[in-house]
Design a protein around this ligand. Structure first.
Ligand code: MLT
Ligand code: ZN
Length: 490
């Protein structure tokens, strides 16, 4: 099944899930929405709404009757209530930086796009409880900066942090480069406020680290991609702001060496290890071609690279000494071939900009965001590359990602760039080969980018019928009319 298998209402096929038909937004609904948010916050002109209707990867360019921009939780609730009465689908949208098409409508259904961007205030910071309460439309960097100003760290960090919004980060359970030490987005919250599909508001903005009073409702909305309700505010956990950082770029002979080194570093340095990113030579070459002003930190043509970062609350010099000792041991034992340790903040930042440039440097190819147990990443890379080469001789895998948590972005192009478009035309076959390898190794076909409309037709092949049944049961319970982000996830 592909994205086109979504029917016009975005109602999932499959057994046991039938929602009433939805309708396209009518002029009467648009009038009602204008009354709720004020005419200037209801956008209908093609020029005004275009940017909301194309996803970050430009996989989907959609049409919609309007984009509505509420300025408060009450307005979100009123919009949801109105759409429910009119039986019209709603697409919640944050910074529209998602990579699976979850934040743009499906085509032809007349869905209302609800942008959270005006809900952009930090509401409260409690330094003694180490929490910050924010509205959903706060930009991630705005939150990181507010935490830093208070001498705290908000550790969620990803390439889109300058434009993604925390509501979207939570709705998609974003990952990023610090999951190894701090966990995914779902581990960064203590409470949520959510507008439910029937227009009621769940006031769950608690700042508790212990609360065993039944089901953990907030976690049901995290990663649900707006299909169960709209997150409008959150209580975020803050962490101590590290005082020292050590960043290095290493060459390793094989992914097996990288995994062994990761294991060694964990044993030596514990949770000081905050990032451990694997980068294949194809990715580094693509970056150096795409951004010629950047330089490889290490001489020579090495097959694999690792960007490693350590943080601590000690003095910088102390962490550097620890790091150097660990790196020397790894060199001596042959776990790594060479290493460059950044000696300034600027050097550390330029190592990160090499890493963060990878997605843009190889934009056109067949992309995958998969995870397997860390121990099985080398097998995944080998098996998938071999199987792809057999099916499509001349493939060029661009493998990179968060080895520290087993999440690899395995993007597939062709060694001859002129043949890339014909590979993209066969993307379903390419996906199948990669996902079958992932599945055999006990992995996930979407580690951090979510399901959206991109993988909705595929999860049914890789999750058990029981899991799909339970997910659909949740959807039915929370959203019996099926108005919340129809055509996504389930
Ligand atoms: C990354 O880790 O850079 C992203 O998750 C992958 C991407 O943007 O393609
Ligand atoms: Zn990633």
């Amino acid at each position: 099944m592909t994205e086109t298998d979504n029917n016009a209402n975005g109602r999932p096929g499959g057994q046991g899930f039938v929602t009433p038909p939805l309708r396209p937004a009518s002029p009467a609904l648009l009038d009602e929405l204008a009354r709720i948010v004020g005419a200037r916050n209801l956008l209908t002109a093609a020029d005004d709404i275009g940017a909301y209707l194309t996803d970050a990867r430009r996989q989907y360019t959609r049409t919609a009757p309007c984009v509505v921009r509420p300025g408060s939780t009450e307005e979100v609730a009123a919009i949801v209530g109105a759409c429910g009465r009119h039986k019209v689908g709603i697409v919640p949208q944050g910074g529209n930086t998602g990579l699976s098409g979850g934040s743009v409508p499906i085509e032809g259904a007349g869905q209302v796009v609800l942008s959270l961007g005006r809900l952009n205030r930090v509401l409260h910071l409690d330094p003694l409880n180490n929490t910050m309460t924010v509205q959903a439309g706060c930009i991630l960097t705005q939150i990181q900066e507010a935490a830093r100003e208070a001498g705290r760290l908000f550790p969620l960090s990803l390439a889109a942090e300058g434009s993604c919004q925390i509501g979207g980060n939570l709705s998609t359970n974003a990952g990023g480069v610090n999951v190894l030490r701090y966990g995914n987005a779902r581990e960064q919250i203590l409470g949520l406020e959510v507008v439910l599909p029937d227009g009621r508001v769940w006031e769950g903005l608690r700042g508790l680290r212990k609360d065993n009073t039944g089901y953990d409702l907030k976690q049901i909305f995290v990663g649900a991609e707006g299909t169960l309700g709209i997150i409008t505010a959150a209580v975020l956990r803050l962490r101590p702001l590290p005082s020292a950082r050590a960043t290095a770029w290493a060459a390793v002979a094989t992914p097996e060496h990288a995994v062994q080194w990761l294991q060694r570093m964990g044993a030596q340095l514990g949770d000081r290890l905050s990032a451990f990113e694997l980068i294949s030579r194809a990715c580094l070459d693509a970056v150096l071609q795409h951004r010629p002003q950047l330089r490889s930190p290490i001489e020579g043509a090495h097959a694999w690279h690792v960007l490693v970062e350590l943080v601590d609350s000690t003095a910088e010099a102390e962490l550097q000494t620890l790091a150097l000792a660990a790196f020397e041991e790894a060199l001596r034992d042959g776990l790594i071939v060479d290493i460059a340790l950044a000696s300034s903040e600027a050097q550390a930042d330029s190592l990160w900009s090499l890493r963060e440039s990878i997605p843009a440097a190889q934009f056109r190819n067949v992309k995958h965001d998969v995870s397997v147990p860390v121990s099985r990443v080398p097998e995944l890379l080998r098996d998938a590359s071999d199987a792809l080469e057999r099916a499509f001789p001349g493939v060029l895998p661009y493998a990179f990602g968060h080895l520290g948590d087993g999440n690899i972005h395995l993007n597939i192009g062709m060694r001859d760039p002129d043949r890339t478009e014909s590979l993209i035309a066969e993307k379903d076959k390419v996906n199948r080969i990669v996902f079958d390898c992932v599945d055999r190794l006990g992995g996930s076909i979407s580690a951090e980018h979510g399901i959206g409309q991109l993988r909705r037709g595929t999860i049914t092949d890789y999750k058990s019928p029981l899991e799909i049944d339970l997910m659909r049961g949740l959807k039915r319970t929370f959203d019996p009319l099926g108005i919340m982000n129809p055509g996504k996830v389930v």
